[in-house]
Design a protein around this ligand. Structure first.
Ligand code: ZN
Length: 406
C-alpha cells in the first residue's frame, strides 16, 4: 500500500508584500526542494472550509482530515485539553484558560500576565474546586495557558467566552448563548468560579512575590472556546489507516488524539521558530514503517505572520525547505504539503485566501507547475478544491477508494 506523509504548514500562504516586490513570503523565499516536489507532483489551491470563509486552525485541520466541522466541532476547548493529556468524559465542557492581569476594576492590563513562565501552581490551586456540584479541573499548558474542564450534571457548551481577546477593557461576564436552563446554569456556575478565583488570586502570596519582583500579578483566569467532547470515528475507523502525528503545539496534538492518531514524541519539536523541522521529517520517514499516514504539523509561519514579521516568515519557509530535502528523497510514499489557512502579515490575521497544495508520488499525474507558491499552484491541475476534497483525493491516489456504482 502507498503510504502518506501529510505536512501542514500552519498559515503558510499570505498576501503580496510590498517589500518583496509584491511577492508573498512563500514566493519570495528560496525553496528549491519544495519547488522540485511541486514540479514532480500535482498542485492546486484549497479553500479549507469554503470560499470566503476565514478558518480557525482547529476547524481547518478537521476539514483537511475529512471531518465535517459542522458535525464534530463545538469549540476549541476539547482539543486544547486533549493536547495536554487531560481526559474528557461525556458531559464535560472543556475550555482554554489563560492567566491574565487585571486591575481593581477588572480591566485587563495584560492577557498573559507578563508572559508568566508556568501556570503549574495556579492550576494546582484551583484543580478540584467544587461549586454547585460542578467540579473544576485544571492542568498547566505552555506559558500562561491552562486547560480547564467543568464536570457535573446539566452543563452546556452554549455559553460565551469570559475573554474579550483585547486589553484595556473589562473582562466579560459569561452569558448563555441559548435559552436552555443548562446554558444558564453553566454560565452562572462559571461566573461564580471566576469571582471566587479572582478573590483568591488577588491577595495570594504567589502574586505578592511576583509584584515584589516587579512582575505583573497573575490574578485573573480568562476562559474561552467552550466545547464538549467530539466523538468522531477514529482515522483508522474512517479510512482503515493507522495514523501518527508529529507536532509541537498542543492544539494539533489534541486534534490528532481526538482522531485516534498516535502522537509521536520528537526531540526538538517545539511548535516555535526554533523547532527542529529536520528531526520532525526524519521521524516522519521512520514512522512510515509502522503507520500508513503520518501527519506533520509545522506552526511558526502562522505565528510570525500574526506578528507581521514577513522577513521572519520568509526565513522560516526557507528553513522548512532545507529540511524538505529529506522528503524529496522519499520515493515510495505520497508527499502532501499544504496549509490550514493563509495568515496575512499585513493584517496579522488568518484570511480566507485559498492555500497551495502539492501532492507528489509515483502514480500521481503531473502538471506544468514548477514552483510551490500561491500563484503557481493556482495554475495547477488539481484546480481549486475544498478542504473536504483533500482526503478523498489522497485515498484515491493510495488506490483505496471505494467504487461508486457498478
Ligand atoms: Zn492555523
Amino acid at each position: 500500500m502507498t503510504k502518506v506523509i501529510f505536512v501542514v504548514c500552519d498559515g503558510l500562504s499570505d498576501r503580496p508584500i510590498k517589500e518583496f516586490g509584491r511577492l508573498t513570503p512563500l514566493e519570495a523565499a528560496r525553496t528549491p526542494n519544495l519547488d522540485l516536489l511541486a514540479k514532480e507532483g500535482i498542485c492546486g489551491l484549497v479553500h479549507t472550509i469554503d470560499v470566503g470563509v476565514r478558518p480557525g486552525s482547529d476547524v481547518s485541520h478537521l476539514a483537511l482530515f475529512g471531518y465535517d466541522p459542522q458535525v464534530y466541532y463545538t469549540g476549541r476547548g476539547p482539543f486544547e485539553v486533549a493536547g495536554i493529556g487531560m481526559k474528557l468524559e461525556k458531559g464535560d465542557v472543556a475550555f482554554r484558560a489563560n492567566v491574565a492581569t487585571v486591575n481593581k476594576k477588572l480591566v485587563i492590563i495584560d492577557r498573559r500576565a507578563g508572559r508568566i513562565k508556568s501556570t503549574k501552581k495556579i492550576a494546582a490551586l484551583f484543580n478540584g474546586t467544587v461549586i454547585d456540584n460542578v467540579t473544576f479541573l485544571f492542568k498547566e499548558s505552555v506559558g500562561h495557558r491552562m486547560g480547564m474542564i467543568l464536570r457535573g450534571n446539566g452543563l452546556s457548551y452554549k455559553i460565551t467566552d469570559g475573554d474579550p481577546h483585547v486589553t484595556d477593557v473589562k473582562v466579560w461576564k459569561v452569558k448563555p448563548k441559548d435559552n436552555s436552563k443548562e446554558a444558564e446554569f453553566t454560565a452562572s456556575v462559571l461566573n461564580k468560579f471566576l469571582t471566587y478565583s479572582y478573590k483568591i488570586l488577588k491577595d495570594h502570596p504567589l502574586n505578592k512575590t511576583r509584584e515584589k519582583r516587579g512582575l505583573l500579578p497573575a490574578n485573573y483566569i480568562l476562559v474561552r472556546g467552550a466545547g464538549v467532547v467530539p466523538e468522531p470515528p477514529t482515522f483508522e475507523e474512517k479510512y482503515g489507516l493507522k495514523a501518527a502525528c508529529i507536532a509541537g503545539a498542543g492544539l494539533y496534538k489534541g486534534i490528532a488524539k481526538v482522531l485516534g492518531m498516535k502522537v509521536l514524541k520528537v526531540k526538538g519539536a517545539t511548535g516555535t521558530v526554533e523547532t527542529d523541522i529536520l528531526a520532525k521529517f526524519k521521524a516522519a520517514k521512520r514512522a512510515l514503517k509502522k503507520f500508513a499516514f503520518v501527519f506533520v504539523h509545522i506552526k511558526a509561519c502562522d505565528t510570525l505572520a500574526e506578528d507581521g514579521n514577513f522577513e521572519g516568515k520568509k526565513r522560516f519557509i526557507e528553513k522548512i525547505d532545507k529540511a524538505a530535502k529529506i522528503l524529496v528523497g522519499i520515493k515510495n510514499a505520497l508527499i502532501v504539503i499544504t496549509a490550514d489557512h493563509s495568515t496575512a502579515c499585513s493584517l496579522k490575521a488568518h484570511t480566507a485566501d485559498p492555500v497551495p497544495i502539492l501532492i507528489r508520488g509515483d502514480d500521481v499525474r503531473t502538471d506544468e507547475v514548477k514552483s510551490f507558491g500561491e500563484r503557481s499552484c493556482g495554475r495547477g491541475r488539481l484546480g481549486h478544491i475544498r478542504g473536504s476534497h483533500v482526503m478523498p483525493i489522497v485515498i484515491d491516489l493510495m488506490g483505496l477508494a471505494q467504487l461508486f456504482g457498478a
